[in-house]
Ligand binder design. Sequence first.
Ligand code: ADP
Length: 327
Amino acid sequence: MKKKVTKIGVLTSGGDAPGMNAGIRAVVRTGIYNGLEVYGIMRGYNGMVENDIFKMESRSVANIIQRGGTILKTSRCKEFFTPEGRKKAYDNLTKLGINGLVIIGGDGSFRGAQTFSNEYDIPCVGLPGTIDKDIAGTDFTIGFDTAVNTAVEAIDKIRDTADAHDRLFIIEVMGRDAGYIALHSGIATGAENVLIPERKTDIEEVIKQLAEKERRHKLVNLIVVAEGDEFGGADEIAKIIKERLPMQDVRVCILGHIQRGGSPTCFDRLIASRMGYSAVECLMEGKFNVFVGMINNRMHYIPLNEAVKKKQRISEEWMKIVKILAS
Ligand code: ADP
């Protein structure tokens, strides 16, 4: 029989994502509503190892739901990979009587949580917070919708200038291992092609398509590339195209970190609020080593190990849609 959870800690870890603040707010306020003490842990697992932990009140999370970034800061923590580091973290938590944890982060952070709760009697619940949407077992992750909307807004602007000059733009979006930002923003902006890490890029096919469009005098073209594409991103693709199609006026735009910032969309605030609420319920029900995922608009508790690098599958139909709609 597990001990009843009375004091919980909340932290944000790994890559930041807009909506993390809304998640923190939901955890703090749901915890307090249920009579729990809630502690904020600074800079991911570093705060646990270095005892940078403070008690939070309902007012601690006032005026943050609309803010990007994370008030608890986030970082990577080397020490947490070691048994000594995790022991320090455990000692610091037990000194304060913290007996439950909510971890907002990506699959790496979930791996850390799983290792920790396998070793120590502190239940951990995850909230999927990553702009990349690369966690299996949930339809969406906190931050993805904001990032993809930022990309769409930027690509629309690029289209205006591409159109004015009859240019081909290669736009690089984030996604080292996952192509969801590229795929969603590419379809939503009418890109000619979307190049993603999950699929082999047939560069001959890309050239053939562009050459065909050149013959038809269709010169405004947008290609969206995820940074982790096998050709090494937008610059490399542009180099190849310039060599093969010298008539094309090719430009590159790398969107970069703007995709991580900004005020979270309504959708991200909503799922972060619902997931944060569910995470506290989950700890109180005595379930642990799970994360809160959303499937068909309902919250589910999914074992942490299912999230860990089991990728979401890219839909072949979506790739077909890109091709058909760009013709
Ligand atoms: P993300 O959560 O965005 O995927 P990372 O992969 O960088 O980010 O992981 C965040 C942190 O989680 C790491 O810096 C480390 O502290 C912790 N972590 C990740 N994997 C493990 C592991 N196998 N054991 C212990 N801690 C881990």
